[in-house]
Design a protein around this ligand. Structure first.
Ligand SMILES: Cc1cc2nc3c(=O)[nH]c(=O)nc-3n(C[C@H](O)[C@H](O)[C@H](O)COP(=O)(O)OP(=O)(O)OC[C@H]3O[C@@H](n4cnc5c(N)ncnc54)[C@H](O)[C@@H]3O)c2cc1C
Length: 391
């Protein structure tokens, strides 16, 4: 039996494994990370590569190490110095720097050795911990941390599902199986936030004049996806004082700047539009006709404004599902063990993010306790401190 089993080995799970083994000095034998991908951060790397982004939205301090200065320190080493590349404000690192630093941490602290390949499919309470059913063996641990969000569940609008069923060339940028390549025909990018803007800009450089970005609303400019006050007492004090979870959910909804982007991303987008590389439309799909034509059917859109549009392929950048992550196996555990959930279905946990003895959460499952930043990098730093205070 392990002491700690972390389910999910992406940004949150990998951070937690480093935190537990280095900061909390748990031995390598005591901690395991269960994830279906052989490499840590697989989905993060896949999505960010698909997006074509160059810089993170987060400041350098929100890195994979619990030491906020770790990434800066890395840029002072012989290895890291050539990669030192930040943009203002708050020194946001390049994706290459962030990824290389993360990889060095994984190697230096042997985090690969903690990984178990597999997917959690069930949770059974034991006298002294939990048994996690996986697609391979069952694993027993005194403590389990559920450290995944909805990153395997891209959000598909209804019209897009229909289009796919009718044979349209349509992909979601966050489909784990989709690798973006240079588009060969007219491409419609659909989405209103940072990812849509980044991928449309990147594609417009590869296939100038062939890309249209369809946004439901004018670009919303926000540096971060929620105000910095959500990681300090400024907003969190009143959030914690409110014990009504429906109101907490409402606060989270209002605080998260969904479909927003920072000024540098808008600047790049506007430049691409001004140079005629990219067309930007503020509108919405009202109807889509898929007209068979050889291997690649033509797509005829009618938009809410009444205008029309034609394309050969669609790339969705419409984010992830917002429902509680986990799916059926977690529903079963909730029912079997009466795990408390709020009206929105999300866990009600204590200050230490404990849902039931020996069962902890991070990421969006911890949202009602950590607040709007729970799924972000800073969210796992806050989660680790809360859970780690018990060790
Ligand atoms: C393009 C892009 C850019 C972003 N930029 C930023 C940024 O600058 N700053 C910021 O704070 N946030 C950013 N985010 C959000 C950021 O991705 C998330 O904060 C972070 O990746 C979420 O980490 P995670 O560990 O929850 O998810 P992931 O990194 O996706 O890892 C989750 C892991 O859990 C695994 N898993 C799921 N279910 C199971 C199961 N049943 N059993 C075992 N394993 C399972 C998955 O396969 C996956 O490997 C960005 C997101 C995207 C998509």
């Amino acid at each position: 039996m392990f002491d700690w089993l972390i389910i999910g080995g992406g940004i949150h799970g990998t951070y937690l494994s480093l935190y537990l083994t280095r900061r909390k000095r748990l031995s390598i034998e005591q901690v395991r990370v269960l994830d279906p991908h052989p490499q840590p951060l697989a989905l993060w790397q896949h999505f960010t590569a698909n997006t074509g982004m160059s810089y993170l939205r987060s400041p350098h301090a929100h890195n994979l190490h619990y030491d906020p200065f770790s990434l800066i320190t890395f840029t002072r080493t012989r290895d890291g110095q050539p990669l030192a590349d930040f943009i203002p404000p708050y020194g946001r690192p390049s994706l290459e720097l962030f990824n290389t630093h993360s990889q060095r941490l994984i190697e230096r602290y042997d985090l690969d050795a903690l990984r178990l390949l597999g997917r959690a499919q069930g949770l059974e309470r034991l006298a002294e911990g939990w048994r996690v059913q996986t697609d391979a063996d069952a694993i027993e641990a005194r403590n389990v941390i559920l450290a995944f969000s909805n990153t395997e569940r891209p959000f598909w609008p209804e019209w897009a599902k229909t289009a796919q069923a009718e044979g349209a060339d349509i992909h979601h940028l966050f489909d784990p199986a989709y690798r973006r390549s240079t588009p060969s025909g007219k491409t419609l990018v659909v989405g209103g936030g940072i990812t849509a803007a980044q991928v449309a800009t990147a594609l417009s450089l590869e296939a100038p004049g062939n890309i249209t970005l369809l946004m439901r609303h004018e670009p919303r400019v926000h540096q971060f996806d929620s105000d910095l006050g959500w990681i300090t007492h400024q907003h969190l004090d009143s959030f914690y004082q409110d014990t009504d979870y429906a109101r907490r959910r409402q606060l989270i909804r209002t605080a998260r700047h969904r479909g927003s982007m920072p000024p540098d991303v808008i600047d790049e987008l506007e430049k691409a539009v001004q140079h005629g590389l990219l067309e930007q439309r503020i509108d919405e799909v009202s109807r889509l006709q898929v007209q068979p034509e050889g291997d690649s059917p033509k797509l005829h859109f009618t938009l809410t404004s009444g205008n029309t549009l034609q394309a050969d392929q669609i790339i969705l950048a419409t984010g992830f599902e917002i429902s509680r992550p986990g799916g059926a196996w977690l529903d079963t555990a909730i029912n079997n063990y009466g795990l408390p959930v709020a009206a929105d279905g999300f866990p009600i946990v204590d200050h230490h993010l404990c849902w039931s003895p020996g069962l902890f959460v991070s990421g969006s499952l911890a949202e009602l306790e950590i607040g709007p930043v729970a799924r972000n990098f800073i969210g796992v730093k806050l989660a680790a401190e809360r859970i780690g205070a018990l060790i």
